[in-house]
Design a protein around this ligand. Structure first.
Ligand code: F6R
Length: 350
């Protein structure tokens, strides 16, 4: 299930992502982090560094595994991901060098390097995986059409990725490596929690397809719809293509719910961002949560299609519901895979 968090700007995105990482590190000081490079997580890393300096949060027992590394750059090259991680995070916190891991792209036997990294990953369980997303929807360097069951492998970068990354190489595409080693999609999906950060209009199309499109290898990040706990934290620009439609839900019988009310009335609005069959949300909710029929009145805004028509669509996949309480966003989630998730979500507000 994807939990979408839309923030105003990059700073807020970084704050929110840092909050999730810090919650984990504080609760489990010996946790295992999956880390990403690129522009997107730099603000997150800056906040971890600041928190380490100010509050003393320690990484002495934390282990980290990075997603990827360019092939063809020595690790001492300033744009190697090894250098990036040291410059932007490792050198400023107390993580132990021996606990940090990146796939190695050095030497002649790259396949052996992939196998070695897979063997390492097989022995650990990543508690939280940080991700960025490419404008073509890649996660790690898993470009479109990478099999969802892939593990660490060598990849030829797409021209769009090379163009996007030229900004790190004096805007000269000829300097950008054309190959990389990357964790596969199966490795990424094995993480217990995923935190993907994306900002800017350049990412809007990929975010739209990730959240609203079909789960399809053509859009690698769409697999996150099947992850049990994937946060997607975006700014308004990256969220700009997500359509906004409204469905309201009114709780009528408040007998069980009065802990949240002053006068015995609870109103909850579900604002649904429904890509494609937006009109179907309300009947789908009614079918998925029939025991709420007496207590919850689902009423629709701009919804005039019949229930039969709703059934033509995938009724177990509701892309985006937001609970508003007292005018504030209380909870928001995307990609319900089954009824239990929907009920759990509704009950979180009661
Ligand atoms: C980096 C990585 C890539 C980037 C993606 C977005 O380790 O795996 O998937 O996250 O290319 O890059 P930025 O954040 O620079 O836009």
């Amino acid at each position: 299930m994807i939990k979408l968090i839309v923030c105003k700007n990059y700073d807020e995105v970084s704050d929110k992502a840092a909050e999730l990482v810090l919650d984990l590190v504080k609760a489990n000081p010996a946790c295992t982090l999956g880390l990403a490079t690129g522009s997107s997580p730099i603000g997150l890393y800056q906040r971890l560094i600041r928190d380490h300096q100010v509050n003393g949060t320690s990484y002495a027992q934390v282990s980290s595994y990075n997603l990827d590394e360019y092939v063809g750059l020595d690790i001492s090259h300033p744009e190697s991901y090894y250098s990036f991680m040291h410059r932007n995070l490792f050198d400023h916190i107390d993580i132990k060098e021996e606990n940090t891991h990146l796939p190695s792209s050095q030497g002649d036997n790259l396949q052996k390097n992939c196998d070695d990294y897979n063997a390492k990953l097989a022995k650990v369980s990543i508690d939280l995986q940080v991700l960025g997303i490419g404008s073509d929807g890649h996660i790690g360097f898993n470009e479109p059409n990478t099999p969802f069951d892939s593990v660490t492998h060598i990849v030829e970068l797409e021209q769009s990725t090379i163009n996007d990354n030229a900004r790190f190489f004096d805007n000269d595409v000829s300097k950008v490596p054309t190959k990389a080693i990357t964790m596969g999609i199966a490795n990424v999906m094995a993480a217990k929690k995923i935190v993907l950060v994306a900002t800017g209009t350049n990412k809007a199309q990929a975010i739209y397809q990730t959240i609203c499109g079909p789960v399809d290898e053509k859009m690698p990040a769409s697999i996150l719809q099947r992850h049990p706990e994937a946060y997607i934290i975006v700014d308004e620009a990256a969220a700009s293509l997500l359509p906004k439609e409204e469905v309201k839900v009114e709780i009528l019988n408040t007998a069980n719910f009065d802990k949240n009310t002053k006068d015995g009335t609870v109103l909850i609005d579900f604002f649904a961002t429904w890509c494609g069959p937006c009109k179907m949300i309300s009947p789908v909710l009614e079918q998925l949560a029939p025991e709420y029929a007496g207590k919850v009145k689902f009423f629709k805004v701009d919804c005039d299609e019949s229930q039969e028509l709703a059934m033509e669509y995938n009724v177990t996949s509701i892309p985006n519901l937001v609970i508003l309480k007292n005018g504030e966003v209380f909870n928001r989630a995307i990609g319900f895979q089954n009824r239990d998730m929907l009920i759990q979500f509704i009950e979180s507000a009661l």
